[in-house]
Ligand binder design. Structure first.
Ligand code: ZN
Length: 152
């Protein structure tokens, strides 16, 4: 296959075993700052996916809560295929800290009583949320924590 610009387009999605957390790559800026990009795969590609409302709510919950557990989160955002999230972190090379941070963040999802910023002022599709759906996704991901380090 032709080598693509996007790293994950060169990954054989039929060979991976979700769930997993994979360091995709490290990008260094001109001043030496480093951005670590991770692929947090919740669902097995082409076999299962997260339903949109639950995915949208877990996106809001993780985006808000992950920053309570780690200072240098640049972004956490959903994949269009609805099977996972991208996570970008600045100047922290600790894979183990990512594992612990994700675990704490998913525990926050289970403990949540509401979805943050779930209104028309703060969100682009406020009607499309499911706290219960988000909790189901978090619960299943946490139950398979032992598998997070293994990509294949
Ligand atoms: Zn939203």
């Amino acid at each position: 296959m032709k080598k693509m610009n996007v790293e994950s387009f060169n990954l054989d999605h039929t060979k991976v075993k979700a769930p997993y957390i994979r360091l995709v790559g490290v990008t260094e800026g001109v001043n030496g700052d480093k951005v670590y990009k991770y692929d947090i795969r919740f669902k097995q590609p082409n076999k299962e996916h997260m339903e949109m409302a639950g995915l949208h709510s877990i996106e809001h919950l993780m985006a808000e809560n992950i920053r309570n557990h780690m200072d240098n989160v640049l972004d956490i955002s959903p994949m269009g295929c609805q099977t996972g999230f991208y996570l970008s972190i600045i100047n922290n090379d600790s894979y183990d800290e990512v594992l612990v941070t994700l675990e704490k963040t998913l525990q926050d999802v289970l403990a949540a009583n509401e979805v943050p910023a779930c209104n028309e002022v703060q969100c682009g599709w406020a009607a499309n949320h499911s706290l219960e759906g988000a909790k189901e996704i978090a619960k299943e991901m946490l139950a398979r924590k032992d598998e997070w380090k293994e990509v294949f």
